[in-house]
Design a protein around this ligand. Structure first.
Ligand SMILES: [Zn+2]
Length: 117
């Protein structure tokens, strides 16, 4: 059995909320990720730090973007009425898992399988 109407609705709202949060994060990170000013007298080490931080911010942004794609897909699936089913084995995904990551397309078994490869 899949999710009840109420559960789907609740998770749908959660998806929209997470989506908004991530969009906000992405917006903030664009504003704060100006190029490192190498002309500043900050010394070599802090320059490396600054570049490292920038790389981290970039990785973060990419993770957010990937999550956003999953959320969009999940919202789409929600409309089609197949939300909450694993995209690989089509078994219902554990509700607790969906509450933690409502955008997840796979059940825990399939996710573990995929990560194990
Ligand atoms: Zn599965």
């Amino acid at each position: 059995m899949g999710l009840s109407e109420t559960e789907q609705q609740r998770l749908g709202e959660k998806l929209l909320q997470v989506k908004k949060e991530i969009e906000q994060l992405l917006c903030d990170s664009v504003n704060s990720s100006r190029p490192v000013d190498l002309g500043l007298s900050i010394g070599r080490l802090s320059r490396v730090d600054a570049l490292q931080q920038q790389a981290m911010a970039k990785a973060n942004r990419e993770a957010h973007q990937r999550r956003l794609v999953l959320i969009e897909a999940a919202l789409h699936i929600l409309k089609s009425g197949r939300y909450g089913l694993c995209r690989s084995c089509e078994e219902p995904i554990n509700l607790k898992r969906l509450e933690a990551r409502p955008e997840t397309p796979f059940c825990i078994e399939c996710q573990t399988d995929r990560e194990g490869k």
